[in-house]
Design a protein around this ligand. Sequence first.
Ligand SMILES: Nc1ncnc2c1ncn2[C@@H]1O[C@H](COP(=O)(O)OP(=O)(O)O)[C@@H](O)[C@H]1O
Ligand SMILES: [Mg+2]
Length: 318
Amino acid sequence: MALLEVKQLVTEFHTDDGVARALDHVSFSLERGKVLGIVGESGSGKSVTAFSLMNLVEKPGRVSGGEILFKGEDLRLASAKRWGQLRGDRIAMVFQDPMMSLNPVMRIGAQLAETVAIHSKATRAEIEQRVFEALQRVGIPAPRERMRAYPHELSGGMRQRVAIANAIINRPDLIIADEPTTALDVTIQAQILYEMKQLARASGTALIWITHDISVVKDLADEVCVMYAGRIIERGPVAQIIHAPRHPYTRGLLDALPRAGSPGKRLYAIPGATPPLLALPPGCAFAPRCGHATRACTAIPPVFEQGGREHRCFFPLG
Ligand SMILES: Nc1ncnc2c1ncn2[C@@H]1O[C@H](COP(=O)(O)OP(=O)(O)O)[C@@H](O)[C@H]1O
Ligand SMILES: [Mg+2]
């Protein structure tokens, strides 16, 4: 059984101007210890996916269809009490802004200790040892001193590391990381990514890594989902998708990446912009920006499965 199986998930925002379908029948699965990348431009539905999985979608939004099977249990049916058991223990999230998961007026050591104490009956000494180890594992220097610090006393990078330590401390089965390194400089990004992957491998924790930058998941993820306007338009093993994308949108994302070999060369940009959800074109939402589109693309492409990969395009690239 897959650790996580998401089937036909639909999340909608009921606004004064209409219903915005932010997730339109999103399906994917994730095995234990694997890393899934979710990639797409800003506004494609990546954070809504994470929030939907964590039961954190707030009004005017609502998860209105589909199933989220976590070890076979449908999380859409889970009670508030059940979520209290799961969240922070079996499933943890790392937000783009570390202060979303840290308490500004609580010392770091105390916060992490609380995360452990809520879910276990460990002794004070055991808890302190686990806090120390978690901070050490995310590469925080002098963890004993840092445990006494408040979040504002740390740099952005260190704060995000603490948030990650808080997510891993109970060895969850699944961590969802929503662009956790976007605000950090590239060197720290690469380092944190590498460490997270090692952690996932060593502990059997599965990881969903969300980013707008497809190059970030290139070396980290096993599989990747590419999102556009609330739909997964391509999904499969990351190496195959990067080497031979089938959806023209994925091709565009890859072509827009800066190349190490040709500095200063003008970068390709996908023409046009992402359409607002309340004004999606009929059919394939990417069609107006796509060089391959024909009249056929005014119908919504179904999911085409081929060789362990999926795409939603009538005219996939060879
Ligand atoms: N609170 C909200 N109210 C209305 N629409 C929302 C809200 N949050 C998200 N959306 C819609 O969902 C889309 C996807 O948002 P999001 O998942 O945050 O994008 P991203 O891929 O950048 O993380 C947005 O473009 C917006 O149309
Ligand atoms: Mg986001």
